[in-house]
Every structure is written in structure tokens, then in C-alpha cells.
Design a protein around this ligand. Structure first.
Ligand code: PSU
Length: 302
């Protein structure tokens, strides 16, 4: 029924029991313009190789669930106009109807868990949008973290969101939010949001152990590893906050799945590309940490 197609390198890594890091595809189709999106996707895969793990970019192509994309397929996905943005609600319909779409954090977690992949690296998770008290716009990513056992490495939640409310919802859902190497919760393009992170860990092996402890306790859900953007690549909060405010103003009236892509695209324009440079740097940084965690998980279970 469900056809999962593994790339040759992911199939080999599964066979050998070697570490794999899942990657999402919405960041490719909806998060960045072409050709930077393709360069980013390739660089991130190389970073994971260099760190001793195998990348598995996940997407739905013509109704087939791909776990790992061969280079030609990755190139094709990066250029598709009108690829769907698939979250938890859309995944089964896309597979049943032969559609082509990219997976969000939520959908990538579902597919990774299904393929036995425990670690997933992305840019920033979705969360509670500003004004959610009126719009009720809360990303399905948060509920996914509460129910699907995948460790997600992200640079916090995107700073376009209401970060205090995002942290509140994660707490309500019982999702461990663990800052890596610092005490503050990172804010995507900037290292610090000014908000304390609920938990802190400084070591990939300990993060891997915490992942296993949740399973041992019989707890559903994953953990969010909030990995700050490297210092040299960050955009100061005062600077990015100005662009975010302007973008929110310019995108007033945009709703649902369109909100995040439109805001990211507007901030890209306003920042003259600086937001994209930072975004690429933070995804690569998350990929490297994801590979370390995946390696620690494998050596712990060997
Ligand atoms: N990280 C990035 N850029 C992105 C995303 C993550 O650096 O575009 C995507 C992820 O796929 C995430 C989605 O799940 O943005 C959030 O969308 P929404 O707010 O509509 O749930």
C-alpha cells in the first residue's frame, strides 16, 4: 500500500545500521528561492556526510514517499513550481492522489519515524503566530513534537512567531525544549531571544541518551534541540526585529499555510538577502549537530 522509496545511500545505511539524519523539503520549495534552495540542500547533505552520517531528504513525488533523494530528484524538487506544502493533515491525501509535495517539520517527523530515523535537522520549527489569539494560527509542528518520537534539531522557532506563546504551548504539550550550549532560547536568525530555554544540554551524547530515556519511560513524542546560529552568522536582534515588523505589516491579510513562506520571502527582500545567508548557515549548523546526535544514538545501541 504505502510505497516508501529509499535513496541508494539511505538503503545502504539502513542495512548497515549506520547513522541517518532526516531533512525536510518545505524549506527547499517554500522557504528559499531557487537556486539558493538547491545549493543549500546540497551543502546540508554534504555537511551530514562530512560529519559521518547519511542524509535522508524526505518528499512526496508523484504520490511516492521518498526517504532520501537521488541528486537528480533533489534538483527537480528545487525547481518545481507549485509543489504542495504537506503537513500532517495532507500527507495521506497527497500519497493517495499521486501528488507532488514537500514535507513540513510535522510531516517529515511522521515519515522519519515510519522509516526508523530518530534524528531530523531543519532551520526553525513552526509555532504560535503573532496574533494567534484572533487567528488561532498555531503550527501543526508543535503537536507533532508531542506525539512522534523524533529528535528535531532547529535554531529555535522562527522569530516571525510569538516566541513566548510558542514556548508555553510546547510546555503544555510536554515537549522537552533543550537549548544546546547556552541557557537562552535561540531566535532563529539571532542567538538569543531574551527568553530562557526550559532545559539546556551541552553534549550530543547526552541528547541521544535523553532521546532513549523518553522511549524507556514509554513517553510519546520527541524533543526539540534549540541550537543557536553560529556567532559569526547571526543577525543582531535589533536589526532583524525591524525587518520582521515591516514584513508582518506588509503581509497583513495573508492566512494559513501561506503565512510562513510569504513572511520569509518578504524578509529576504527587505534584508537584501542577508536573512537567507543566515538561514543557510543555521541549517548547516543544525545538520552537523544532528549528525553527531545520530552517531551517538547508533553507538549507544550497538
Ligand atoms: N525552517 C526554515 N525554513 C522553512 C521551514 C523551516 O529554515 O521554511 C518550514 C518548515 O517546513 C516548517 C514550516 O514546518 O516552515 C512551518 O510552516 P507553518 O508555520 O505554516 O506550520
Amino acid at each position: 500500500m504505502l510505497e516508501m522509496r529509499y535513496s541508494s545511500e539511505v538503503a545502504a545505511a539502513r542495512g548497515a545500521g549506520s547513522p541517518i539524519v532526516a531533512l525536510e523539503s518545505t524549506i527547499i520549495t517554500h522557504g528559499m528561492p531557487y537556486p539558493q534552495n538547491l545549493n543549500m540542500a546540497r551543502q546540508v547533505e554534504e555537511d551530514i556526510h562530512a560529519a559521518g552520517a547519511t542524509p535522508a531528504t524526505i518528499a512526496v513525488l508523484d504520490g511516492v514517499l521518498h526517504i532520501g533523494l537521488e541528486p537528480a530528484r533533489l534538483e527537480q524538487l528545487a525547481q518545481i513550481d507549485g509543489a504542495l506544502k504537506l503537513s500532517r493533515a495532507d500527507l495521506a491525501v497527497a500519497l493517495a492522489t499521486g501528488a507532488t509535495g514537500a514535507t513540513t517539520v510535522a510531516a517529515t517527523m511522521i515519515c522519519a519515524a515510519r522509516a526508523g530515523i530518530a534524528v531530523f535537522a531543519t532551520g526553525g520549527i513552526g509555532g504560535v503566530h503573532r496574533g494567534a489569539e484572533d487567528s488561532f494560527d498555531i503550527s501543526a509542528d508543535l503537536h507533532e513534537l508531542a506525539q512522534t518520537p523524533v529528535t528535531v534539531v532547529a535554531a529555535g522557532a522562527k522569530a516571525i512567531l510569538d516566541l513566548p506563546k510558542t514556548l508555553e504551548v510546547l510546555e503544555t504539550l510536554g515537549v522537552p525544549v533543550i537549548a544546546y550550549g547556552q541557557s537562552g532560547f535561540p531566535a532563529f536568525w539571532s542567538r538569543d531571544s531574551g527568553l530562557p530555554a526550559p532545559l539546556r544540554m551541552d553534549d550530543a551524547a547526552q541528547i541521544a541518551r535523553a532521546h532513549q530515556m523518553r522511549a524507556a519511560l514509554g513517553l510519546p513524542g520527541g524533543q526539540l534541540i534549540a541550537n543557536p546560529i553560529p556567532q559569526a552568522d547571526e543577525i543582531p536582534r535589533a536589526v532583524i526585529d525591524g525587518w520582521i515588523a515591516q514584513a508582518l505589516d506588509d503581509c497583513a491579510g495573508v492566512a494559513a499555510k501561506e503565512v510562513t513562506p510569504r513572511l520569509l520571502a518578504r524578509i529576504f527582500e527587505l534584508s537584501d538577502g542577508a536573512s537567507l545567508t543566515a538561514n543557510i548557515a543555521l541549517v548547516r549548523n543544525n545538520a552537523r549537530l544532528g549528525a553527531q546526535i545520530a552517531r551517538a544514538l547508533v553507538s549507544d545501541t550497538a
